[in-house]
Design a protein around this ligand. Structure first.
Ligand code: SF4
Length: 384
């Protein structure tokens, strides 16, 4: 049975495993369903399997969840989990309760966008109008991040290793176990620690497994703009929602905020977004972290409108989550500045929402996941 991580095996890999082990093929599907659909974390409880197989699996392919080393609950109901992986690496995942009166696509919208004219801001509830989801889980794909976006705490703490598909799914299961949730009403976003598009070896099989459990429309992968990987993910037979962390509409500001722009320039990223295949009623989510005095002027909004012209996008404006320890130089814009920025986009008929960051008091909001607690000022002394 060897080195295989049971959380990371796709249904076809489980079936191949069963055949290899001299078992009927359907045993593989039974194992996949028990682990991922029923959330069984102990082979002993899989009574549909022969006892000898359960014992052998427990000895040779143990089901290991990451250890929960920290829980930070926020007043809004979100919980950030610190998780220790088998090799000791620390990651963070966030549980965010949904508002059952809102639709899936609308979960991050706040009252500010809703207060603008509905004729100007096309509602993102254009789907079925169903009152799901009930919760979202934000996953990490790496144990750090080498992309080093200037506004991101994870980036400030430096690079890490890729998570395997098994570690990604075990991370998800750990959060479901901790919060006593099943799969119903679940959305998954890869917006935690790391750049998912720098880890296709882990993220693509993880998506294949996730798509067995939830619709691809309920899974979103966010990238800083690793242009060649956008094409790789675009070619998948089933695609998640694409989110692009854009944050600036001109190359100079984007390079300042996201040095990755030097490697993958803005025009190439826009071309990759245009080439992303969109099924009906799907859009690309453009994330725009709004930072006082950096990218929050009305001219920035107008430039953004011009840049996105012709693309099916929804812009998610995310006023910076300030972090005086890790990001002392960046500030959140004043409320009237945020309002003006959003209004300029809405006037140009761009669908725009303002993300109500879930869990800022638990440092669980976008760009605040760290996994480690090191003082970034020490890195400054070594030249970074
Ligand atoms: S915003 Fe995303 S890509 Fe950028 S440093 Fe943070 S985790 Fe990495």
């Amino acid at each position: 049975m060897g080195e295989r991580d049971p959380f990371g095996l796709t249904p076809s890999a489980w079936e191949a495993f069963a055949v290899e082990a001299g078992l009927p093929r359907y045993r593989g599907r039974q194992l996949f369903d028990a682990i991922h659909r029923r959330g069984v974390t102990d082979y002993a409880a899989m009574k549909e399997l022969p006892a000898a197989l359960r014992e052998r699996l427990a000895a040779e392919m143990p089901l290991r969840l990451p250890e929960v080393v920290r829980r930070d609950a926020s007043a809004d109901g979100s919980v950030k989990f610190g998780l220790r992986l088998v090799d000791g690496a620390l990651i963070e995942a966030v549980f965010m309760p949904g508002d059952e009166t809102r639709s899936a696509a609308n979960e991050f919208e706040d009252a500010r966008a809703a207060s603008h004219s509905r004729s100007e801001i096309r509602s993102s509830q254009s789907g079925s109008g169903a009152t799901v989801p009930r919760f979202t889980i934000c996953l990490s794909s790496q144990t750090g991040c080498a992309v080093d976006c200037a506004f991101c705490v994870t980036g400030r703490l430096g690079g890490g290793r890729n998570l395997t598909a098994g570690e990604i799914l075990a991370q998800l299961r750990a959060v479901l176990v901790e919060t006593r949730h099943g799969l119903d009403g679940m959305r998954v976003v890869f917006m935690g620690m790391g750049e998912p598009f720098l880890n296709p070896e882990g993220v693509i099989p993880a998506l294949e497994i996730l798509f067995e459990l939830v619709s691809p429309r309920r899974v979103t992968v966010s990238t800083s703009g690793i242009t060649p990987a956008v094409a790789t993910f675009a070619a998948l037979p089933q695609r998640p929602n694409l989110a692009v962390s854009l944050n600036a509409a001109d190359p100079a500001t984007r390079e300042r905020l996201m040095p990755i722009t030097k490697t993958y320039p803005l025009d190439g990223l826009l071309a990759a977004m245009r080439a992303w295949p969109l099924e009906p009623r799907r859009r690309i989510l453009v994330e725009y972290v709004l930072i006082a005095g950096v990218n929050d002027r009305e001219e920035d909004a107008r430039r953004l409108v011009r840049l996105l012209r012709g693309l099916e996008v929804k812009v998610n404006v995310i006023p910076l989550n300030e972090d005086p320890t890790y990001l002392p130089e960046w500030k959140r814009p004043a409320e009237d500045v945020i309002d003006r920025f959003v209004a300029r986009l809405a006037e140009a008929h761009v669908t725009v929402t303002v993300r109500r960051s879930k869990g800022p008091d638990a440092s669980a909001a976008c760009g605040q996941l760290k996994g480690r607690t090191v003082d970034p000022r020490k890195r400054t002394q070594t030249g970074r």
